[in-house]
Design a binder for this molecule. Structure first.
Ligand code: ADP
Ligand code: MG
Length: 261
């Protein structure tokens, strides 16, 4: 069953079309990676699914319910959202950040404590860090807290916008490993935005490649290599591979983003 279904969804910012009318269906329990060059509309798509932005055309269904003004606040409680810099409240401790929604919903203390304990184990955050403020935590630790906050209400859907994008390579690798383990353990529906092909292949069953507000191809990375639907797909993949090999062959940063030389 489709858990997240976008039908004919589009979005403009003034004159600029960030997302052209598109359909996108994410099955329940699927992990889907959304990939594509910077500015292709990935973040916009997640914000539309969260109801943080309104669609210009089309409809969004979450668990069979059509997202609207009247149910957005309730549906959003079924969605965990993690962004690149964590988006933690700087004036709240890790514990306060992680539990903010549960406290808002007036969960009782014992329920909050039990959930917090479960989540610190899950994301492998040492307990003594819970009373620190975000500024007293490393980038990787902040992302672990951000993930706890996103998972606090045990949402069905997890939307992650380049959650590892701001981390240095070794911390990033540690979190990649933990995150994949967490996805497997929790069996949620996950959409993870990345601009890294390897990360997409590592996390996701299905990858959706976007360009300029449109979906170019959907499937496994292997299928994009073997049966590209468009010359852009091959260029995007080749450029990313070249970047990995040390940008030796005169590949420019623009090409690495999948743009023409
Ligand atoms: P991505 O996440 O793939 O990098 P975005 O969804 O953030 O792309 O942006 C898609 C396009 O919309 C880009 O051209 C970006 O500059 C533009 N854009 C994003 N947010 C806004 C905004 N609030 N106002 C105007 N333009 C925006
Ligand atoms: Mg973005």
């Amino acid at each position: 069953m489709a858990f997240l279904e976008l039908s004919n969804v589009s979005k403009q910012y003034g004159e600029l079309t960030a997302v052209y009318p598109l359909d996108l269906c994410i099955e329940a329990h699927e992990t889907c990676a959304l990939i594509g060059p910077s500015g292709c509309g990935k973040s916009t798509l997640l914000k539309l699914a969260l109801g943080l932005l309104h669609t210009d055309t089309g409809t969004i269904q979450i668990a069979g319910e059509r997202l609207s003004e009247s149910n957005v606040m309730v549906l959003r409680q079924r969605i965990g959202y993690v962004i690149q810099d964590g988006g933690l409240f700087p004036h709240m401790t890790a514990r306060q950040n992680a539990t903010v929604m549960a406290r808002f919903l007036e969960w009782d203390e014992s329920r909050i404590a039990a959930r917090l304990e479960r989540l610190t184990e899950l994301v492998r955050l040492p307990n003594d860090l819970l009373d620190r403020y975000p500024l007293q935590l490393s980038g990787g630790q902040c992302q672990r807290v951000s993930l706890m906050r996103a998972l606090m209400l045990d949402p069905d859907l997890l939307l992650m916008d380049e959650p590892l994008g701001a981390l240095d390579p070794m911390i990033r690798r540690d979190l990649q490993i933990d995150l994949r383990q967490i996805f497997r353990e929790l069996d949620k529906t996950v959409v993870i935005v990345t601009h890294d092909l390897n990360e997409a292949a590592y996390f996701a069953d299905e990858t959706v490649l976007m360009r300029d507000g449109r979906v170019v191809q959907r499937g496994s990375i292997a299928s994009m290599i073997d049966q590209p639907t468009d010359e852009f797909v091959t260029r995007f993949i080749t450029a990313q591979r070249a970047t990995l090999m040390g940008v030796k062959e005169g590949v420019t940063a623009r090409e690495a983003q999948g743009e023409a030389p």
